[in-house]
Structure formats: C-alpha cells, structure tokens
Design a protein around this ligand. Sequence first.
Ligand code: HPA
Ligand code: ZN
Length: 326
Amino acid sequence: TTLMTLAEKMPKTELHLHIEGTFEPEQMFELATRNKVTLKYASVDELKAAYQFTNLQDFLDLYYQGMSVLLKEADFYDLTMAYLRKVHSENVVHVEIFFDPQGHLSRGVSFETQITGIYRALQDAEQQWGMSFKLIMSFLRHLSEESAFDTLELAKPFLHWIDGVGLDSSELGHPPEKFQQVFKACQDLGLKVTAHAGEEGPPEYVWQAIDLIKVDRIDHGNRALEDMNLVASVKEKQLTLTVCPLSNLKLCVVEDLSDHPIKHMLALGLKATVNSDDPAYFGGYMNDNYRALIKDSGIDKAELYQLAHNGIEGSWMSNEQKAAHL
Ligand code: HPA
Ligand code: ZN
C-alpha cells in the first residue's frame, strides 16, 4: 500500500477542531433559509470566493459571520452530525472538539441550546459508530476575563458534559496571562486545559500557556521553535502540540507546506499531531491534511505512524481507552 492509502485507512484522532469551523457553505445556506436569516453573500460560490485569508483575523471575521445562522438546538446538532459523519468515513475514531459559547451567547443563543445540540450528536455518533469524544469549551481571548468567568457560570449545570477548556480567537495582543484566574478556576473544577499559543503569537505566549495557565497541551505551538529553551521545556513536559497543516497554509502561518515545521517538531522529539482546525474554511478534513503532508512536506512512513500515535497518546482518553487503540 502507498503512504496515502495507509494514512487514509489508519485509525486517527482529531484533537483540534472548532465545530463552528466545519460549517460548509452549502449547509450554511440551507440553515440560513431554514431560519429565515439573510447572509451577506448571494450564493455558495460567492461565499467560497471570500475564503482567501492573509492572517488569522481575516479568517475570524468570516468565521463569526458564518456561525450567525446557528440559532436552534437542531442547527447545532445538524452541524455537528455532518462533521462526525464526514470524519467517520475517514477512519477518525476519537474526536475532541471545541465550541465557542461566547460566539453564540452574544447573539442571544443560550448555552443550553448550543451544548445540547452538539452533545446529542456526539452521543449519537458514539452509539452508531463507537466513535469516542471529548467536548472542550473555548473562551474567546479578544473578550475580557470577566466574560470568560460569566461563561463558566453558564456552563456549570453542564460540567458533566464538558471535559476541558480552551482559549481561541485573536491571539496577538491577547496573551494567556490575561486569563490566568479563570483557567485556575476551571482546573479547580477538574477540567482539562489547553490554549492556542504560538500560531501567530510569540514564544512568550507559549511560555505563559505553560507557566501561568499550566496547560495540558498546546494548540498549534509553531512559534515555540523560535526558542530552544522553550522547545526543551515542551519536550521535558511531554506536551502534545495540536498542529494544523492546512490551517497554517491558509492563514499564512507558513508560506508553503514544504516549509511546514511538523517534521522538524518530530525530529526534536516533540509530540506533534495532525488536526484540521476549521476544515470547511481551510480546504480539508483530517485525511486531506495527511495527504497534503505526504505530498508536499515529504513525511515518511515512520513519521506517519508517529503522528497517529501521538494523536492517541496526546488525547484525553483514559489509559484503558488509549491502550485499546495502540
Ligand atoms: N486560531 C484561533 N482561533 C480560532 C481558530 C484558530 O485557528 N479557529 C477558530 N478560532
Ligand atoms: Zn484552532
């Protein structure tokens, strides 16, 4: 078998996925019609033509617009189920997905509406296909720490459905230290913690995620490679990096996949994994990310296995669950 076939067939995990970033234009128009919401774009093609980004903020502007058609529990269910069906067909066996409650609360959609729709889909996928999952509530870092605390209060009746918390949205100017208190409160509640760091932000933000937030893993982490002391620390703590190749390409974090640092991360002994981030916006789901790495970054069979292995080890599954996949 070719490397491509191997990548497609092997059991995979997804550890960095924003459910609102799986909103395919066709489904977005379908829900807009269903909810009688008018989109700024006249057609699917016009919307797709806008998917050209020069940085993270360009993308986020469109991402928040897109999610504005999500209003009812059924919308969150349908969005999540479409994603899970898609990655089930790609041999993804375990998903850990983010949702952005503040992106919906600000539009008058209750926390309960959001999480119930998402959670029901995750449960159905588990029952139908044996796909296991974790759910991660992510705080928007361009908002205040107080707003994150308010969100945590709203989440409290649903904590039995929530495995961890994350930190996403505009990185530059919003360092992890801004959220030190709220992450401490989350950890005291028994939640796992991760944070986007070093996607656009400097190595200092990765240091803060480790030292101040005390993250269990790091989302992206590309710019950690600029500081060899930081690399040593990430390695020593065995922190998993949830790397997103096609996202990095689309958001101009890398110029070309031939310059992507993922091989270098592995060579340094860092626990890099492959993830799709916002697949509807970045041109591909899990297998597309692997195919692009094979074709353009030259990853070999040993690296392919290592990446998949890291995805299982770096997940928040129990040791028993992990053992069943290794
Ligand atoms: N980075 C930061 N925030 C995000 C992203 C991302 O790639 N996707 C959705 N929110
Ligand atoms: Zn992300």
